[in-house]
Design a protein around this ligand. Structure first.
Ligand code: PMP
Length: 392
C-alpha cells in the first residue's frame, strides 16, 4: 500500500503495555504488568438486574440517541457524588465521557495545537502521553519527589513560556503509586489561579484507598475555574462500561462537547444509565469498601514479598492505595532487558521507560497487584527477586 499517513502519527508506536500483552499469551506467565481491576470483583448480578429494570422502565429512551453532554440522571448523580471529593457543583459543569481516557482526548482536542507545551509529571500515565502525542504536544516534565509534584518546580517550569495545561494524577499515581500532599494540592490550585494555568486533575484511583486519610481534590481548592477534574468509574465499577466524567468550567465543557460530537456523539446511554442507577441505589459505597478489602490484602502481600525477596538496591514505593507499586533499580540496569529475562521465568511487569516523556526511567518498572491472586503475587515477586539479583 502507498498511503500518506498524517503527521500526528509520525512519532507514535503502539502503546507499550499493549505490546507486552502480546508476550503474555502463555498461560504459565504471572502478569504483574496490567492495570486491570480484578474480574471477580465485577458486580455482574447487580448490572444484570439493573439492565433488566432499565429496559422495562426506560428502554425507549435508553436505546435512543442521547445528548452529547451526557445522560441527565447520571450527570445529576455525579453532582451528588462530587462533594465526597470536595467539589460542589451543578450539571452544567459535568460532561460524561467514554472513560476518562476520552476526557483526556477531548481536553487535548480543545486546547493543544501542534508544538504546544504540556507540563507533566515524570513518570506519568503512558495512555495520557499517547493521547497528548497524538495532538503533537511537546512535554515539559515537572520535578516530583515522594510527595508528588513539587509546587516550586511548577512555578519554575512556568517561567519558560506558557504551557497549555498541567496534567497531574494526584492520588495513587499511575505508575508511581505516590500521592500529592494536602499542602501541595492547595499550592497547585493557587498557582493555577495566579498564572491562569489549566490543571487537568486525573483522579481515577482516589477511592481505592487502603490506608491513611482521604484528601480533597486539587479542584476543591479551585475558585477560579482553572481545574478540570477527570473522574472514572472504570476502577470502581467496570472498565468495560466505559463511563467517566469531566468536571470543569462550563466554557471548557462546551468546547469539549463540540469535540465529543465529532468523536462518538455521546457515551453509550445504556452504560451511563447503569452507572446512574448503581449510584442512585447506593451500591457504589459498599462496592468500593469490598474492592478496598480485596486490594488491601493484595497490596500488603506484594509489599511484604518485596521486602523479603528484593535486593536492598531496589527502591520501591509504599502506596496507600491504587493498583501499582513502582520500583527503581540502579541506573545501569535496563528494565526492558530485565523484562525479557523475567518472562523467561514466567513473570511480567511493565518497564518504566514508556511512562517517561524524556527517554529517562530505563531503570524503573511498574508492578500491578489488583489482577493476580495473593499466591501468584508471592510466587512472582520471589522469582523477580532472583531475576533482579542475577543482574545486579
Ligand atoms: N487515567 C489514568 C491515570 C489511568 O490509569 C487510566 C486507566 N488505566 C485512565 C486514565 C483511563 O481510564 P478509563 O478511560 O478506563 O476511565
Amino acid at each position: 500500500m502507498n498511503l500518506k499517513y498524517a503527521d500526528r502519527l509520525q512519532n507514535l508506536s503502539g502503546n507499550a503495555i499493549r505490546e507486552i500483552f502480546k508476550l503474555l499469551a502463555s498461560p504459565e506467565i504471572i502478569s504483574l504488568a496490567g492495570g486491570n481491576p480484578a474480574p471477580e470483583t465485577f458486580p455482574c448480578a447487580e448490572v444484570a438486574r439493573i439492565t433488566t429494570k432499565l429496559m422495562e422502565e426506560q428502554g425507549s429512551s435508553v436505546l435512543q440517541y442521547g445528548a452529547t453532554e451526557g445522560w441527565m440522571p447520571l450527570r445529576q448523580e455525579i453532582v451528588r457524588w462530587l462533594p465526597g471529593v470536595g467539589i460542589h457543583t451543578d450539571v452544567d459543569h459535568v460532561l460524561t465521557t467514554t472513560g476518562s481516557q476520552q476526557g483526556l482526548d477531548l481536553v487535548c482536542k480543545a486546547m493543544v495545537n501542534p508544538g504546544d507545551i504540556v507540563l507533566v509529571e515524570n513518570p506519568t500515565f503512558l495512555g495520557a502521553l499517547h493521547t497528548m502525542k497524538t495532538y503533537q504536544a511537546q512535554f515539559r516534565p515537572v520535578e516530583t519527589d515522594e510527595d508528588g509534584l513539587i509546587p516550586q518546580a511548577l512555578e519554575q517550569a512556568l517561567k519558560d513560556g506558557k504551557p497549555k495545561f498541567l496534567y497531574i494524577i494526584p492520588t495513587f499515581q499511575n505508575p508511581s503509586g505516590r500521592t500529592l500532599t494536602l499542602e501541595r494540592r492547595k499550592a497547585i490550585a493557587r498557582i493555577a489561579a495566579e498564572h491562569e494555568l489549566l490543571v487537568v486533575e486525573d483522579d481515577p484511583y482516589r477511592d481505592l484507598r487502603y490506608a491513611g486519610e482521604a484528601l480533597p481534590s486539587i479542584a476543591s481548592f479551585d475558585e477560579a475555574g482553572y481545574v478540570l477534574y477527570l473522574a472514572s468509574f472504570s476502577k470502581l465499577i467496570s472498565p468495560g462500561l466505559r463511563v467517566g466524567a469531566a468536571i470543569g468550567a462550563p466554557e471548557l465543557m462546551q468546547k469539549m462537547t463540540i469535540g465529543k460530537q465529532g468523536a462518538d456523539v455521546h457515551t453509550s446511554n445504556l452504560s451511563q444509565a447503569i452507572v446512574a442507577e448503581f449510584l442512585k441505589e447506593g451500591l457504589l459505597v459498599p462496592h468500593i469498601a469490598e474492592l478496598c478489602n480485596d486490594y488491601r490484602v493484595k497490596m500488603e502481600a506484594m509489599l511484604s514479598a518485596i521486602s523479603e525477596n528484593f535486593p536492598a538496591q531496589v527502591k520501591v514505593t509504599h502506596p496507600e492505595g491504587g493498583l501499582f507499586v513502582w520500583a527503581t533499580l540502579p541506573p545501569y540496569i535496563d528494565t526492558t532487558a530485565l523484562l525479557k529475562k523475567a518472562t523467561e521465568h514466567n513473570v511480567a511487569f511493565v518497564p518504566g521507560a514508556g511512562f517517561h516523556c524524556d527517554g529517562t526511567g530505563t531503570n524503573t518498572f511498574r508492578l500491578n497487584f489488583s489482577m493476580p491472586s495473593v499466591a501468584n503475587i508471592k510466587k512472582a515477586i520471589a522469582i523477580l527477586g532472583e531475576v533482579i539479583s542475577d543482574v545486579l
